[in-house]
Design a protein. Structure first.
Length: 222
């Protein structure tokens, strides 16, 4: 698995150098950033295959960084942290992290975890691709069909589902929906968004199609 681009957000520069040198043996291309705000800016400009994220960072807690990344990108996130509190681990995983590696650890374990999350993401992408044809979106008629069955949707429900289809497999925040679906009032509450998504789930007949991402929003799985 070569040409994998990794963004390492780590303020321990000595550790970052050691890990970078090790990972580059496996043809991983590692970009290191110790400033979480700069790291988030880099993620807006470049596409990475994996993010390795420390939790103790200057100016911004790593959990906030994790939440910010997951709100706009479906990139694998591996937490690399010396914080041993189980609450941190639980919070990180609930905010969308894919793995949690407590420091200190052998760099070989990090390399193995990277391969593991990439395999999982590749498998999920393959399933999504196989099932992409389940949805048919006709934007001119404002009509969506699922498995050849037309779905009776309100304007707001159509806007939400069509946006999710375009972002299939990616996390969509409630803010994304408010700002990108014209039929949704900008003053709409999170609860009203949740109610509309609940109605869409019922109309699709398979509630597992739309996964809830705690504290952020949703992901259309197929």
């Amino acid at each position: 698995m070569s040409n994998v681009k990794i963004l390492m957000i780590e303020d321990d520069l000595e550790l970052a150098e050691i890990l970078t040198e090790f990972l580059e043996q496996f043809d991983f291309k590692v970009t290191t950033e110790d400033d979480p705000f700069k790291a988030l800016s880099i993620l807006k400009l470049e596409k990475f295959d994996v993010v390795i994220l420390d939790l103790t960072l200057p100016g911004m807690d790593g959990l906030e960084v994790c939440e910010a990344i997951r709100a706009r990108q479906n990139v694998p996130i591996i937490i690399s942290s010396a914080r041993s509190d189980v609450t941190d681990k639980i919070n990180a995983l609930e905010l969308g992290a894919d793995d949690y590696l407590p420091k200190p650890y052998d760099p070989r374990e990090l390399e193995a975890r990277i391969h593991s999350v990439l395999r999982r993401y590749d498998a999920a992408a393959a399933v999504a691709s196989e099932n992409a044809c389940d949805f048919k979106l006709n934007e001119e008629a404002m009509q969506i069909s699922y498995k050849s069955r037309p779905i009776d949707l309100t304007n707001a429900e159509y806007g939400i589902l069509s946006y999710m289809i375009k972002k299939q497999g990616m996390v969509v925040s409630r803010e994304d929906l408010i700002h990108n679906v014209s039929a949704i009032n900008e003053d709409s509450s999170n609860k009203s968004i949740d109610v509309m998504v609940g109605r869409i789930r019922n109309k699709l007949g398979d509630k597992s199609l739309i996964e809830s991402i705690r504290g952020i929003g949703y992901k259309l799985l197929k």
